[in-house]
Design a protein around this ligand. Structure first.
Ligand code: M6R
Length: 611
């Protein structure tokens, strides 16, 4: 986590850095700080959000054309002013911003203390900058050389930017494991954890690779490997537009992103499905189609909401393509010595493409010879680059910490994969395939229709905003949706919520149900509908308050539920794409009514780059 941004050029650095930090604040918001170089190397930092830092520096002389900033998600040391970045070295001659974790920091720190270095914070990052200083002093080498040598000694993940008082026209950056994008403007350079702080100024970017060091010196860029070999930068054009990363009149990013779903679902299938000619095209899959067709097993690794999308895919792929699927929490998979063979395909799902646990699971599966297919939203992200092939979700930037449009985009792409593999394997007959394609094509319009229920859902939310617990029930394709609904509620409203397969309730959770317990039952018309109705009655009999998500025109459930939210009819394979929308809105409104920070919930960050 943590967001870093830096600038060197002909403009005032501070406003660019502060604005960039605001764009990156979704990555962490425990503290923020800037370092500006104008003769002196000045560091200003504060516990809390970027706006607090902004107020703090309002009366300071921040004039500088080179600077860097950091917004922190605390790993080592509590969120306070001292632990905020940037960190000075002992001499205060050099300063660092760092995103990542240095695993051997304790050993390094001990060694550096024995050599007279002093520390003001509990962070691993301050150890990093003192290590660079120590090497520079001992070897009497240049700053960039000291950085390069230090990279050989640190174990862990990092994206860093380093400034030195005695190298006034120089900015050095390096990465391993944590993302770093370099923007190239006219006589100016930008560095950031993702492209959002850069897009306003330039569309030409270089995604730094692991173990690369970028040095910008007197307006010239040079990239070298950790082994000191000169690299040729690969300059890419950003496809992102500025309005995609702004709120566009919505009160919160989360609400904007919920409303973007008709578009993001469409974008995720655009060019991949031609209904008229019954064609499915996924270029990332083409080369590996045979592997998918002949795979012994598909293992899906992911975390959080992406894991829920993976669960939906398990139902889809097993049903349509008849390939056995296992869905694994990436964090568990990597530590349990899993059995993986070369005939397995591992699908890694990640919105950010930076989730450390998912990346580690990929590396493990790769080492065992499996083919790795990535489904990521962020173009050029670490996971996208670590995989053998993949498909982007095209949901556009997702800024709200609670994942919404990324989920539906992932499910869309996974549906396409299941259909492609199913039709190639001959397990999905043409008529059925065609029906599904037509249904899928209609999903964006149906999502649009559900969004019109927003006010109604807001009214329901008002009645439950003070609840302390919630249960979500679903079966079949709607079981992962129940899990996702519960996750959405707990992460942004801090209400305890559990998602369960509806039939599991009688094996324990039913004991929780009384007249104070809201139970969200997802009971759309599918093959388990009758069973879910029975489960709903069991809740009713115990006086639970039922909020039911039903298919339009359902005449059975309204008499049994306290509230009914209707979604349009669709194939059960596609039900999650619709039934999740009311749950996103329900959690959004409850969180707003409880006064919670919807886009930046406590203790969370958008990309989880620590284990
Ligand atoms: O970027 P990823 O999809 O890999 O992130 C995985 C989870 O951290 C993420 O889905 C998290 O659970 C969200 N906050 C859920 O809304």
């Amino acid at each position: 986590m943590c967001g870093i941004v830096a600038y060197v050029g002909h403009r005032e650095a501070c406003p660019i850095v502060i604005k960039g930090l605001k764009r990156l604040e979704y990555r962490g918001y425990d503290s923020a700080g800037v370092a500006l170089m104008n003769g002196s190397l000045d560091v200003y930092k504060k516990k809390g959000k970027v706006s607090e830092l902004e107020a703090f520096i309002a009366d300071k002389d921040t004039h500088a054309t080179i600077g860097m900033g950091h917004t922190r998600w605390a790993t080592h040391g509590e969120p306070n002013d001292a632990n905020a970045h940037p960190h000075y070295s002992t001499s205060r001659n050099i300063a660092i911003i760092h995103n990542g974790i240095i695993e051997n920091y304790a050993t390094l720190k001990k060694h550096l203390i024995s050599k007279g270095h002093t520390f003001q914070s509990e962070t691993d990052s301050e150890v990093f900058i003192n290590l660079i200083e120590d090497i520079r002093l001992d070897s009497k080498c240049t700053l960039v050389e000291a950085v390069r040598l230090a990279l050989h000694e640190v174990v862990g993940a990092y994206a860093i930017v380093v400034l030195a008082k005695d190298a006034p026209n120089q900015l050095i950056a390096a990465r391993k494991g944590s993302p770093l994008v370099l923007g190239i403007g006219q006589g100016e350079y930008f560095l950031a954890s993702d492209a959002t702080p850069i897009i306003e100024y330039t569309s030409d970017v270089v995604y730094l690779k692991d173990h690369e060091i970028a040095m910008i010196h007197d307006g010239e860029l040079e990239i070298r490997s950790r082994e000191d070999v000169k690299q040729t930068p690969y300059v890419q054009r950003l496809e992102m537009a500025l309005e995609q990363i702004e709120k566009g009149g919505y009160e919160h990013f989360m609400l904007k992103e919920i409303y973007e779903q008709p578009r993001s679902i469409l974008d995720s299938m655009r060019g991949r499905m031609v209904v008229e000619s019954n064609q499915l095209i996924m270029s990332g899959l083409r080369e590996f189609e045979n592997k998918f067709v002949n795979a012994d097993r598909i293992i899906i690794v992911a975390c959080g909401t992406s894991w829920h999308a993976g669960l939906v895919a398990e139902y889809l792929i097993e049903d349509l393509a008849r390939v056995p699927v296992e869905v694994e929490y990436a964090s568990e998979f990597r530590y349990r010595n899993p059995i993986i063979s070369e005939r397995d395909i591992v699908i890694a799902i990640s919105q950010s493409g930076e989730t450390a646990d998912t990346l580690a699971a990929i590396e493990l599966a790769k080492s065992k010879g499996a083919t790795i297919f990535g489904i990521c939203n962020v173009v050029g992200s670490s996971i996208a680059r670590a995989t053998d092939a993949g498909a982007y979700t095209h949901a556009g930037p997702e800024i709200g910490v609670a994942s919404t449009k990324a989920f539906t985009a992932q499910v869309t792409v996974l549906t396409l994969i299941a259909m492609i593999v199913g039709s190639k394997r001959g397990t999905l007959e043409t008529t059925k395939l065609r029906q599904l394609m037509v249904e899928l094509e209609n999903i964006p319009a149906k999502v649009e229709q559900i969004l019109k229920l927003d006010e109604e859902i807001e009214k329901i939310s008002a009645q439950y905003k003070d609840a302390t617990n919630f249960i979500y029930l679903g079966r079949g394709y709607n079981y992962p949706v129940a899990l996702e609904g519960a996750l959405k509620l707990k992460e942004i409203s801090y209400i305890h919520a559990e998602g369960y397969p509806a039939a599991e309730m009688k094996h324990g959770p039913i004991a929780l149900i009384d007249e104070h317990m809201p139970v969200v039952v997802i009971a759309t018309k599918d093959s388990s509908y009758e069973k879910v109705v029975s489960n709903l009655q069991e809740v009713r009999a115990r006086k639970g308050k039922v909020i039911a998500i039903v298919t339009e025109g359902d005449t059975t459930i309204p008499s049994m539920a306290d509230h009914v939210i209707e979604v349009p009819e669709t194939s059960e394979h596609l039900a999650p794409l619709l039934s999740v929308i009311p749950l996103q809105l329900l959690s959004y409104h409850i969180a707003v009514m409880r006064g919670c920070n919807v886009d930046q919930p406590r203790n969370l960050a958008k990309s989880v780059t620590v284990e």
